[in-house]
Design a protein around this ligand. Structure first.
Ligand code: COA
Length: 190
């Protein structure tokens, strides 16, 4: 069953993100910042966090916003010093990841509405959970009068390509920076 997440679901959401998605905005900066991003999604009236729950456990999540710039700004302002600490640690440990960090902190785009994360626990794949999450995402965005929204993922993510293509998304743009290639897919809502 799909429902809106509450504060008590956040630990489970972040842990599933870290174990399943292993990418996306804020991921490289560490769990604490990721938690703040999830917290922002449940407290910001322009954003949403929904989950599929079965037998009391979350096995799929979608997090979206109708204003990506505002969302990023809210997360940045909530944890400026944590971000700074995360950046310093990361630059020392893994200098190449500075690219993803810049992407996370200064990320903007032509499309204001965005599905930031959608993922399903690996062992539960191909059971229609992703479909249910995307259908609810479309309903929420339509209710908010959003005409189109984007999703961005790594070019190497074949599952996501298959999934979003099937769900009527269209490839709108490709970004490449050093060795990181990303695809921007757009969904038009009718
Ligand atoms: C992409 C993802 C969300 C799909 O979730 P799911 O619950 O398995 O999706 P569904 O069962 O609803 O599948 C719907 C359709 O998507 C397509 N699809 C799903 N998984 C696919 C795969 N591994 N390869 C190709 N197409 C795939 C198929 O067309 C499928 O329909 P079918 O099963 O009738 O053939 C899931 O694989 C996932 O979490 N991946 C990792 C995270 C991720 O990459 N998220 C996207 C970036 S935010």
């Amino acid at each position: 069953m799909i429902s809106y997440c509450k504060k008590e679901d956040l630990e489970e959401c972040v842990s599933l993100h870290v174990n399943t998605l292993r990418e996306g905005l804020f991921y490289e900066l560490g769990e604490n910042i990721l938690k703040k991003a999830y917290y922002t999604a449940i407290t910001d009236p322009d954003s949403f966090l929904i989950a599929n729950k079965e037998h009391g456990r979350i096995n799929g999540i979608a997090l979206g916003t109708k204003n990506i710039d505002q969302f990023i700004e809210k997360v940045r302002s909530k944890c400026f010093f944590d971000i700074l600490k995360g950046v310093i640690k990361l630059v020392i440990k893994k200098p190449i990841s500075i690219i993803t960090v810049i992407d996370s902190v200064f990320y903007t785009g032509k499309y204001k509405a965005e599905l930031l994360f959608l993922f399903v626990q690996e062992k539960e794949g191909r059971r229609g959970i992703g479909t249910r999450l995307i259908e609810r995402t479309n309903e929420i965005f339509k209710k908010w009068k959003v005409k189109s929204y984007r999703v961005v993922f790594l070019d190497s993510n074949e599952k996501a390509k298959g999934f979003y293509h099937k769900k009527g998304f269209v490839l709108s743009n490709k970004h490449a920076f050093l060795n990181i290639r990303k695809l921007v897919y757009v969904k038009t809502l009718t």
